[in-house]
Design a binder for this molecule. Structure first.
Ligand SMILES: [Zn+2]
Ligand SMILES: [Zn+2]
Length: 221
């Protein structure tokens, strides 16, 4: 009967088939089955807690980081990566724990857990830098009953939330103006709240030959 030359276990007692002459466990411990390409670094916006993954700013949850790590792993075997845990950002670092399942030759699988440190490079995301620069694409003008205006102002700000931002809130005699970073988000919020509005577009200039409009949505409350 075949037994592992390293640990002496007979093949019949192993759950996984042998790889070459060794049991799957010994094979996996003898050889480094994968390597992680360095550096592990992500641009990170401390203001909103998003990190930049291939150009897109996203919240760094365990699944997203496992995906990022997958792109950094090199192995001669096919593998999959599962997220097991993630620390919260501290001292500009994140600890991500993953389990890597590698398909070894002859049908065995090796599972390896590893914890890696990702360095966070403090930066300002596109949205936060626009917000601090006062950028806006739409103005929501709330008019009518002051108590209703106050309530809707808070609601709209909360709903704009993570998707965009309110760069300025202006209290006027006739109501409140909310300057919103994205006109798409502004119209989405108004339709979710089922608030009818009248729209006015003012030409604000040109950008790369295209007309740039400043949209205002007037809501009667
Ligand atoms: Zn063995
Ligand atoms: Zn940000």
């Amino acid at each position: 009967m075949k037994s592992c030359p390293s640990c002496g276990k007979p093949e019949s007692e192993c759950d996984e088939p042998f790889v070459a002459a060794f049991c799957a466990d010994c094979f996996a411990s003898k050889k480094s089955l994968f390597e992680v390409k360095q550096p592990l670094e992500l641009e990170y916006c401390p203001k909103c807690g998003k990190a930049r993954f291939t150009g897109v700013w996203e919240r760094p949850n365990a699944e997203r980081l496992a995906m990022y790590l997958t792109g950094k792993i090199r192995s001669e075997y096919p593998f999959t990566v599962k997220a097991c845990g993630l620390s919260s950002p501290e001292n500009n670092q994140l600890q991500i724990e993953v389990e890597i399942s590698l398909e070894l030759p002859q049908g065995s699988t090796a599972k390896k857990k590893t914890t890696r440190t990702v360095t966070l490079l403090p930066s300002q995301c596109a949205s936060c830098s626009q917000r601090s620069g006062g950028y806006f694409e739409a103005i929501i003008q709330l008019r009518g009953d002051p108590a209703k205006i106050a309530r809707k102002t808070e609601l709209i700000k909360a709903m704009v939330g993570n998707e965009s931002f309110v760069s300025k809130t202006e209290e006027l005699k006739e109501g409140t103006d909310l300057y919103v970073g994205s006109f798409k988000v502004a119209t989405n919020v108004l339709s979710k709240l089922k608030l009818p509005y009248t729209q006015a577009n003012k030409l604000a200039g040109k950008k790369k030959g295209k007309n740039l409009y400043r949209r205002s949505y007037c809501v009667r409350l």
